[in-house]
Design a protein around this ligand. Sequence first.
Ligand SMILES: Nc1ncnc2c1ncn2[C@@H]1O[C@H](COP(=O)(O)OP(=O)(O)O)[C@@H](O)[C@H]1O
Ligand SMILES: [Mg+2]
Length: 300
Amino acid sequence: MKKIKSGVYGLNALMDGGVNEHTTTVVIGSSGAGKTTFATQFLRRGLEEDEDAVFITLDEAPNQIIKEAHLMGWEDVENYVDEGALVFVDAGGKQFSQFIQKELAEFVDDWAGHKARIVIDPLTPVLWSVKEKYEQRELVSFLLRETRKIGTVLCTLEEHGTLGDLSGPESVIPIYLADNVIHLRYASHEHPERRELKIIKCRSSKHSRYWHPYGIMKGAGLYIKRQENNAAETVLESHLDSIVKKRLERAGKGGAPRLSGKALTNLLRTAEILAGEKFSDIKPEELIELILEEYGLNDS
Ligand SMILES: Nc1ncnc2c1ncn2[C@@H]1O[C@H](COP(=O)(O)OP(=O)(O)O)[C@@H](O)[C@H]1O
Ligand SMILES: [Mg+2]
């Protein structure tokens, strides 16, 4: 199966190289865990590679998501919408079971033959739209099967109740049906620095079975930490830029695969944003290394 890059820095290595194409991934976590950020990152990474992107939003208006992307330093999201490469489907307030059974098939037909990434954020209201468990299972199963036809799907799932308890029906059904499941958890809003992530399931891949600390930063979005106790450090503003430029130069000489123009722009822009940010839980050099790895510019 072909792997695609998740766009979440440091995650691909935990999933045997990335996400299998035409599979479904469920990202589960409580409010504020970073699910929407993860989803946006995932789509944006595909857009860099000239894939199409569909963002089906059920909770927030598209404008709100674009605004939050802007605050992350991801100004290009708006351009993708203007170009038509990124399509938002505002499914808030819809009769989901009807929408899925009637409009979805049409939508899938329209997109036939595309290589897209599709996000459903969050999947939770879809489950709540029907009463019986077997109906929920049927509906989600149909939704995932249909959307998978046109690309690689990522759904987010809200975690309620006891932290880390995934045994409720609204978790069990999607977890059972999805190919990959990623659990994001964090201690509390008071301690946003204590975030951890685990791959619960990743079909046809050797995946990590441990909890991995992760962080969220402007410019980078979610990233997985590899080293503990990274004290805050200040860097010279130009430092991250120069690491990136040197690595690009070296890759060019070594005949390494060339980045797409958009990926290159984003890579340089990310380094620029990060140079102005305060690092609290990861060393700037470690984060930039994770980002370079995403683009195959490893330090080896
Ligand atoms: N511009 C930003 N800079 C740094 N952190 C951010 C930024 N925007 C969001 N975050 C972090 O991401 C978290 C929210 O992420 P979000 O993806 O909306 O979560 P969820 O969808 O799981 O509710 C916030 O708690 C915040 O810590
Ligand atoms: Mg969200």
